[in-house]
Design a protein around this ligand. Structure first.
Ligand SMILES: Nc1nc2c(ncn2[C@@H]2O[C@H](COP(=O)(O)OP(=O)(O)OP(=O)(O)O)[C@@H](O)[C@H]2O)c(=O)[nH]1
Ligand SMILES: [Mg+2]
Length: 242
């Protein structure tokens, strides 16, 4: 089976020069891939026009969805999935952050993992023996580990990384997920999606990835987001465990 891949990039105020670099690096890994950028920055329309000029020299398929307001990473990725599903050729969907925390070099590992027949959802994990974390402040690592322990306690999916948005899904998994209409908007949507898919007997598999702190720009994560994430985990339990 020919692998036809859509890569969804949620974007909020990331520098356009870096986005261009990211697109070129993805293009060198998966030249036939379809890239979908979902930009929620306040001036997304102007950014779209500028970025289109910047990448006019590449042959890569890049579709930019310029949205009118910030709706959260999770919502942006779902919008990207819905758009990518329209292309019937696409049989694998990858979501990754657009701030170089997720390296295009790791894309080949995801594609290799799809060679195994039972592969449906592949989660890039920061917490497997062969995973690497570069430049993330100790405080962030500890906080992330605590959140993951808490999510495992509550959701019991037996994965090591509930909150990393570097993932690959098969078409069946994405069609099912989009139909189920996950409700969470922010980062916790990653846990909700995994929960929905596991409940429907899709297999979740993890591979080690290299996670790097954002190259530049400001983090849009606040302590309020983290609190909302924890409350969201309780909501997921209540919503689907009846
Ligand atoms: N479209 C869209 N993208 C978003 C939104 N919030 C965050 N993102 C993107 O989602 C990805 C993850 O967000 P980050 O702000 O990097 O969150 P993080 O990785 O947990 O934290 P830092 O890297 O420390 O900022 C990045 O590519 C952001 O540009 C949003 O509301 N809408
Ligand atoms: Mg980031």
């Amino acid at each position: 089976m020919k692998k036809s891949v859509a890569i969804i990039l949620p974007v909020y105020n990331e520098e356009l020069m870096l986005l261009e670099k990211l697109i070129l690096q993805i293009a060198s890994q998966i030249p036939e891939g379809y890239i979908f950028i979902v930009d929620d920055s306040s001036n997304a329309k102007e950014r779209k026009a500028t970025l289109q000029k910047q990448i006019a020299h590449t042959k890569q398929y890049v579709k930019i969805l310029a949205r009118a307001k910030k709706m959260g990473r999770g919502d942006a990725v779902l919008a990207g999935f819905r758009q990518a599903l329209k292309n019937k050729k696409v049989n694998f969907f990858i979501e990754m952050d657009s701030d170089f925390s997720h390296l295009p070099d790791d894309l080949s590992k995801f594609l290799e993992a799809t060679n195994s027949k039972d592969t449906q959802v592949i989660i890039g994990s920061r917490y497997l023996a062969k995973s690497k974390i570069h430049n993330w402040p100790k405080k962030r690592i500890i906080l992330s580990k605590i959140i993951n322990k808490f999510l495992e306690y509550l959701l019991k999916l037996h994965v090591s990384d509930y909150t990393n948005g570097y993932r690959l899904y098969t078409r069946n998994a994405i069609e099912y997920l989009v139909k189920k209409r996950p409700k969470e908007k922010g980062f916790i949507l990653l846990s909700e999606s995994a929960f929905i898919l596991k409940k429907a007997n899709f297999s979740l598999k993890e591979i080690p990835i290299t996670f790097t702190d954002r190259k530049s720009g400001r983090s849009s994560v606040t302590s309020k987001d983290l609190l909302l994430c924890l409350i969201g985990a309780f909501r997921i339990r209540l919503r689907y465990e009846r």
